[in-house]
Write a protein that binds this ligand. Structure first.
Ligand SMILES: [Zn+2]
Length: 427
């Protein structure tokens, strides 16, 4: 049976991954054990021995924090025990008293229509999916779904089961704190993290922000998670974990396989096809030069053969904005990012500069050994000394060197979405 869980966390603590880890433990399904030989298991499900940490569309406004759901597989003999545990844990541990906690549970026993779930996942990771759509698919494939409070958690719970992770995937080791330490300062030897990063990057990534030196593996907030170590394999995140020195007692660790850092959310679209909350990649031409507005946000216009749209690199994207500011009208680029409630702006995660426009400057011609002065906008030139007048066509066009360079630019790790693929990953 596949189990999907979503939104058992709330902003004041609690965490779906932690519940999943406790359940794996109770069921004796440890991350590194080989999956049991279950002939009914679909062939494209190779990571059933790890719980799946599945990030869904980050633009959906009613998510909690990272919009992460959990899916895991239990072998035949444990189905009843698993079902009982899931209800017990969600009822006992989830923050059902919180208005913004809307847990969802999904169970799938019939694997013959998993393809429908794969399609559901592909939509839920990139676009807006309604509760109605999810209920319809659950009915078609005979999945059991249970929603609490407003019921929206079933969207993530069922969709997450559809992620096969058989294409690109990454791993994350999560370490959980003792309850008495929740909310207290995290004691970690920063030098040990720096050393680990030096030895393990890029096999282990997103540990430290290269520009600010900020530790990224220890999230802030009242949360059971002490730290998360992201990398390319379970062995490597485990090795990295053993290299860092932590000065508090850790309750448990759990390794997840995940769609994080894979760009699973991005879909290539024409500007006209963009809908609210989409995650998109658009190829086009810069149609309005970048301007910096109050707050340090940088905006520019992008056009393709279907329509035009505004692109925004917001202040938290830091040095990424410096690359955006170098664009000029006519540059051919490919951008990736998220759409909000209104389809007027792409919130940029990535910029790929494909072709640079020529940067030209009009220079006044000479007369009487001096540059002629402008006779007004589009009115040509006049010489102050001899009074000669010439039309605008005599201007000298000079090419100036471009500061922008072809290539891929991604927002820095501290401002990156969980799903955004870092530039070093081939995938
Ligand atoms: Zn003159």
């Amino acid at each position: 049976m596949f189990v999907g869980l979503d939104d058992t966390d709330s902003l004041s603590g609690g965490c779906t991954t932690y519940l999943a880890s406790l359940m794996m433990d109770k069921l004796g399904l440890f991350g590194d054990s080989e999956p049991e030989d279950d002939a009914s298991l679909p062939k494209n499900r190779k990571f059933v021995n790890y719980p799946h940490l599945i990030r869904l569309n980050p633009n959906i406004p009613y998510k909690t924090r990272g919009n992460g759901a959990i899916a895991f597989w239990v072998p035949d003999g444990m189905v009843d025990k698993a079902r009982e545990l899931v209800f017990k844990f969600v009822a006992g541990q989830a923050r059902l008293d919180e208005e913004n906690t809307n847990p969802g549970i999904a169970f799938v026993r019939d694997y013959s229509k998993l393809m429908l779930l794969e399609n559901l996942y592909k939509k839920a990771v990139s676009e807006h999916v309604t509760l109605r759509e999810v209920e319809k698919i659950a009915y078609e494939i005979g999945a059991e779904i249970y929603g609490f409070n407003n019921g929206r958690g079933v969207i993530g719970a069922l969709s997450s089961i559809g992620a096969t992770l058989c294409d690109d995937h990454t791993f994350e080791l999560l370490a959980y704190r003792l309850k008495k330490n929740y909310g207290l300062e995290k004691k970690i030897d920063i030098d040990s993290v720096r050393n680990m990063n030096k030895r393990m990057f890029p096999k282990v990534f997103d540990s430290i922000d290269p520009q600010t030196g900020q530790l990224l593996l220890t999230p802030k907030g009242y949360d059971p998670v002490f730290c998360g170590i992201r990398g390319e394999s379970a062995q490597e995140v485990n090795r990295a974990w053993n290299m860092i020195k932590i000065q508090e007692e850790i309750e448990r660790i759990q390794i997840f396989v995940s769609n994080q850092a894979t760009d699973a959310h991005l879909r290539e679209k024409k500007i006209k096809q963009i809908k609210p909350y989409d995650c998109v990649t658009v190829k086009g031409v810069v149609s309005k030069k970048p301007t910096t507005i109050q707050g340090g946000h940088v905006l520019f216009g992008l056009q393709d053969d279907s329509s035009s749209i505004e692109c925004a690199a917001y202040e938290p994207t830091g040095e990424f904005r410096d690359e955006v500011k170098k664009l000029i009208v006519g540059d051919v680029i490919r951008v990736s990012g998220g759409i909000g409630k209104h389809t007027t702006t792409i919130n940029l995660e990535k910029l790929e500069i494909l072709q640079l426009a020529e940067n030209t400057k009009k220079i006044s011609p000479l007369c009487c050994d001096k540059s002629m002065s402008s006779a007004g906008r589009n009115k040509g030139y006049k010489c102050k000394k001899c009074g000669r007048r010439l039309g605008p066509e005599v201007a000298i066009i000079r090419k100036t060197k471009r500061k922008a360079k072809l290539g891929l630019y991604v927002v820095p790790p501290r401002a990156r979405r969980h799903l955004t693929k870092p530039p070093h990953r081939p995938g």
